[in-house]
Design a protein around this ligand. Structure first.
Ligand code: SF4
Length: 300
């Protein structure tokens, strides 16, 4: 199969069957320093696009063969550059599967892209920085792409999009790992109003000579982001702990910063975990699912 990969188990979205819209080479309008693909000059156009039917026929066969939670439209690059995206989405909708796209956000200000993406169940958009100089340093966009227009596009898109909007921030050491930048992100996220904010770091060899930060650092940076469902994918035991909260303090925290299942498992000390479990028994917490991740929130 040329366009299909997986299914793969993803911590962020469950079992995902991937559709790669650019299998032969990287086609991206960014050249992110952390990209897991080789560095490449950013391009704004997709040359020699494959036929919609060639992609769709493969997807149709794979859908009958595999069990999965979500069909993920992605690319060796940026999937919204594919010129027949809208037609492809129309066909994918006939399969009655949950549809997700992973986009770098660069085209979200375009009305035609907003109208295509609003047909999907989950849209993941990247937002690594708000400050123009940091955005340029980390995402290395093609000429003419500017972060103010992207943010405006995200806010507009949220107004017309009824599905689950997830914003992803990828943190690179020494570039966007300052509280100051996260405070700016917090302000902008309050306007965008996503359903979930994923904060992650580099975990595969990057295109350029840069490093990720520790998981503990991600939790510290996340303290700047208020009133959002924050998901920080964690694998191992970590040294960041929420300790010795009283029942009232835990309830207040859970009103502003709902915990994912992985937070409950990894960051609550024994004392706070016991109080958390009591709150569950007393029905004081609401369970919310966003894009395949469960959160616990205190009723406001
Ligand atoms: S947007 Fe994605 S594919 Fe494009 S350079 Fe960045 S990480 Fe790589």
């Amino acid at each position: 199969m040329k366009y299909i990969f997986g299914p793969v188990a993803s911590r962020r979205f469950g079992m995902s069957l991937g559709i790669d819209l650019s299998p032969d080479k990287k086609r991206c309008n960014f050249d992110c320093i952390y990209c897991e693909l080789s560095p490449a000059k950013p391009v704004n156009n997709y040359d020699n696009p494959p036929k919609v039917d060639d992609i769709f026929n493969e997807v149709k066969d794979a859908v009958q063969k595999y069990q999965f939670d979500v069909l993920t439209v992605t690319s060796n690059g940026e999937p919204t550059l594919y010129p027949y995206l809208d037609e492809l989405i129309g066909k994918l909708k006939t399969l009655n599967k949950k549809l997700l796209i992973l986009s770098n956000s660069s085209t979200i200000m375009k009305k035609e892209i907003q109208n295509s993406l609003k047909k999907l169940d989950i849209v993941k958009l990247s937002l690594d920085a708000v400050s123009p100089n940091i955005f340029k340093k980390i995402d290395r966009p093609a000429k003419g792409i500017d972060i103010e227009k992207i943010i405006k596009g995200m806010i507009e898109f949220r107004k017309i999009y009824k599905g689950e909007l997830i914003i992803e921030i990828l943190v690179v050491k020494g570039i966007n790992d300052k509280d100051e930048e996260f405070k700016k992100l917090n302000k902008v996220l309050a306007d965008i109003k996503p359903d979930r904010v994923d904060i992650s770091t580099i975990d595969r060899p990057p295109a350029y000579n840069v490093e990720g930060v520790s998981i503990e650092k991600l939790f510290e940076l996340a303290e700047n982001i208020k009133n959002q469902n924050i998901f920080i994918p964690t694998r191992d035991k970590i040294n960041y702990k929420i300790e010795n909260l009283t029942k009232e303090e835990l309830i207040e925290t859970l009103k502003k910063r709902p915990f994912s299942e992985s937070d409950v498992k990894n960051i609550l000390d024994e004392h706070t975990l016991k109080i958390f479990n009591d709150l569950i028994k007393e029905n004081m917490l609401e369970e919310i699912w966003v894009g395949g991740v469960k959160f616990y929130k205190a009723y406001v």
